[in-house]
Design a protein around this ligand. Structure first.
Ligand code: ADP
Ligand code: ZN
Length: 757
């Protein structure tokens, strides 16, 4: 059990003992306000405290951002109450919030919403209370025997209670003894037993067992990498961020675990960021296992937590009980004290980027938090982002490299299948080329497993009329609807709109509809058809709607109950299955032709990561890459496991076009249900930006976004590039603040954007 809230020690906080404070109201009013602190509350208010204040004619929740000696403001009002026992945010986290607000061009109130979970901000949910039972005094045999005659059931319960060494949950005791509440109350009435209400922690992992593991003996490269980190832990003030570039299966996770151990030994705490917690169960298991001796020292944050569980986990971290936090991007804000280490696993992943305000990238926020808290930050990946690797090469980050797989395991053999030739041979677009088909058959014979990857859900990606050529498009978005066979409906992957499948073409009335393109659902059914004896399962957002389905499928795959696993990105990440010797990439071109300067980078990363799932056991792995563009650089460099070569040519391309990492990009999206107004607003904005910029930044024209219409809104893009990002962000903010936009026009600013559609 964790210490109860009232037992927590908050002595480490610097409290105000002051009369004036400056606060930030939760609602966006774009300025900070001063308040008076009544004498009675002074001891309990510090920077970062959550308080309730009078605001206009209501009361509002707010965060204290500064303690003031005096205030110039007139007619100050006193605060109403202090929420919670200790400041919710440290001064360092407040500083981080300010940085995010400026850098990402986002109101600080919105940043605060990301920093503090709603359940903590609102402070409406508290600890879960439960009734505990204990004997009031020592109870001897005679007493029980005496009761036996008159009330046998009470005697039985009293017997059980008399043996208790510590209070137990009333509910548990009654279940064990098969006795009821009434019996217990009777004993309380007799003064023999006592019931007490105590806070309990809702532990989402309470019923799971983790097998304890200990440090592995590191190989030479791992030792060097770990030494980089431990040296940094010895003098964190002067440490640079460390980029750990290690091929798939090179033992990066083992280094994280030992680095965390080292941080704990320095008396410090650690955060591990993972791209998506539900998709990285193996990383969580390994962490829980390694620190099994102190189960409650590890807090796991994820989006499936109930509000109550979130409350408890947050307090567990805030009070210092939890020393290690693992979670997705928002875990970068975990209120740990004496932070020593932040690990960002798979640092190149785009899930670190939040696609709503504040549009921060947790990897970059981690680097800034590390600078503020003077702690060590480790970014790890088999395919580092161009930005991070560039920083490594030019010495802004320290580069540590693991070039070999553990135990000299071979990198998988990559074979390219030219779909253009296949098409000539087969006269139809085959989902599985002859070669891939033969390879799967071979694995089935040997009892080895296969992963098939396709970055697209559904059965058919469009429904076309072969007569008039019309496709069924989403009425709200400029994309075709995807056919899902299991539910027999068309659906839009962007807005969720669904429609029945028409019998005839709604445009021309002819009975000439054909299905074109294919997704994972069709791959699954095709594979099952070709290999009727094999067990085939699919893993994508459609088949994994149940919370437990993902773990279940992974378990079945691990124990060999599934021969072939078909899936999307969901199976591309960090999974480790020793019996997988074959990976088929059904279509490598899907990501390559997106109108995005990172298309090549994404393709290289995806191929390398997916390929990395093969050959992690004793038998070497083989990868088939099906493509129409076999000579594109991303595919060729991935084929030869040549990160350096890929990096060089991609960097050269980015340099030629003034793209990141040589500049920072800012993407402004102007949208409205009214196309003309969106366009006009975007054009006006460009004119204003031009006036305030001068020649320092590269400013594009207002253009229709590649995805012109989304959820019924017409969208226009303005792309700006420049080196001095803080200055650029400020200028954009100022320009926007001065421009009145029509009410139905929305403008969003995305700094360092990942989504250019
Ligand atoms: P990565 O995260 O780089 O893909 P992992 O950390 O998953 O690699 O390591 C791959 C496998 O090698 C895991 O099963 C891990 O337990 C094992 N491993 C890692 N380091 C060592 C080591 N020094 N000695 C033996 N096995 C190791
Ligand atoms: Zn849609």
């Amino acid at each position: 059990m964790y210490p109860l809230p009232e037992q927590l020690n908050y002595a480490s906080y610097r409290m105000a003992k002051a009369n004036y404070i400056r606060v930030l109201i939760d609602r966006a009013i774009h300025r900070e306000l001063d308040y008076l602190v009544p004498e009675t509350l002074a001891e309990r208010v510090g920077v970062g405290s959550r308080i309730r204040v009078p605001f206009r004619d209501k009361s509002a929740l707010a965060t204290v951002v500064a303690i003031l000696e005096h205030s110039e403001a007139q007619g100050l009002r006193p605060i109403e109450a202090v929420v919670g026992d200790a400041p919710a945010l440290s001064e360092q986290l407040l500083e981080l919030a300010r940085w995010i607000s400026v850098y990402y061009c986002c109101p600080i109130e919105a940043v605060m919403r990301s920093l503090l979970p709603q359940v903590i901000r609102r402070a409406e949910i508290g600890w879960k209370k439960q009734l505990f039972v204990l004997p009031t005094r020592k109870i001897d045999k005679e007493e029980i025997e005496k009761l036996q005659r008159r009330a046998p059931r009470q005697a039985e319960l009293l017997e059980a209670i008399s043996r208790l060494e510590a209070p137990v949950r009333a509910a548990d005791l009654l279940r064990q003894t098969s006795l009821d509440n009434q019996t217990l109350r009777a004993l309380v009435k007799r003064g023999l037993a006592e019931m007490r209400e105590e806070a309990v922690v809702r532990d989402p992992h309470g019923d799971e067992q983790f097998i304890a593991t200990s440090n592995l003996v590191l190989n030479a490269e791992q030792l060097l990498a770990l030494k980089e980190i431990t040296q940094a832990l010895d003098s964190p003030e002067s440490a640079r961020p460390i980029l750990l570039h290690g091929v798939t299966g090179s033992g990066k996770t083992e280094i994280y675990l030992q680095a965390i151990r080292a941080a704990l030994e320095h008396g410090r705490s650690a955060i591990v960021l993972v791209p998506e917690i539900s998709l990285t169960p193996q990383t969580v298991e390994r962490l829980k296992g390694r620190f099994a001796e102190a189960q409650d020292a590890v807090a796991v944050l994820h989006s499936h937590l109930s509000e109550g569980e979130r409350h408890d986990e947050w307090h567990k971290i805030h009070s210092g009980r939890a020393r290690i936090v693992i979670g997705p991007r928002s875990a970068v804000f975990a209120p740990l004290k004496k932070l020593g280490l932040i690990v960002v696993d798979e640092e190149h992943e785009n899930t670190y980027k939040q696609e709503e305000a504040p549009r921060y990238n947790a990897r970059d926020v981690a680097v800034v938090r590390a600078r503020i808290e003077k702690c060590v930050v480790v970014l790890g990946s088999a395919t580092p982002s161009l930005e991070s690797y560039h920083n490594g090469v030019r010495g802004k980050y320290r580069l540590a490299t693991l070039s070999q797989r553990i135990d000299e395991k071979q990198m998988p053999l990559m074979r390219i299948v030219d779909l253009r030739q296949e098409r000539r041979k087969e006269k139809a677009i085959a989902i599985l080329s002859e070669k891939l088909r033969a390879a799967i058959a071979d694995r089935l014979d040997k009892g080895e497993q296969t992963i098939l990857f396709l970055n697209r859900r559904g059965f058919s990606t469009s429904l076309l009329c072969s007569d008039c050529g019309e496709a069924r498009n989403c009425p709200n978005c400029s994309v075709a609807l995807t056919f899902h066979r299991r539910v027999a409906r068309l659906s839009c992957h962007l807005c969720g709109h669904t429609a029945a499948v028409p019998k005839k073409c709604p445009a021309c009335g002819k009975d000439a509809l054909i299905y074109a393109g294919f997704g994972t659902e069709k791959v699954e059914s095709t594979v099952a058809h070709i290999f009727p004896k094999a067990t085939v399962r699919r893993m994508d957002a459609d088949s994994m709607t149940r919370k437990e389905a993902y773990r279940e499928t992974l378990r079945n795959f691990r124990t060999g109950k599934i021969d072939i696993l078909v899936g999307t990105q969901m199976i591309a990440k960090g999974l480790h299955f020793p019996n997988v010797t074959l990976v088929g990439i059904i279509n490598a071109d899907l990501a390559l032709h997106l109108p995005d300067f990172r298309a090549g980078e994404r393709t290289f990363q995806l191929l390398t990561q997916v390929a990395g799932r093969a050959g992690r056991g004793e038998t070497p792995g083989e990868v088939f890459v099906q493509t129409y563009t076999p000579f594109s650089p991303s595919i060729q460099f991935a084929r030869h496991h040549d990160f350096a070569g890929y990096f060089e040519q991609e960097l050269e391309f980015r340099g030629r076009c003034d793209f990141p990492p040589f500049t920072h990009a800012v993407l402004i999206t102007v949208r409205s249900a009214h196309e003309g107004r969106a366009k006009l607003s975007a054009e006006t904005l460009v004119r204003r930006l031009k006036e305030s910029f001068g020649a320092e930044f590269i400013l594009g024209d207002a253009t229709p976004a590649p995805l012109e219409k989304l959820q019924g809104q017409f969208r226009f893009h303005i792309l700006i590039r420049g080196e001095a990002i803080m200055r650029l962000s400020r200028l954009v903010r100022e320009t926007l603040d001065k421009l009145p936009f029509p009410e139905d026009v929305t403008v969003t600013i995305d700094v360092d954007p990942y989504q250019l559609l």
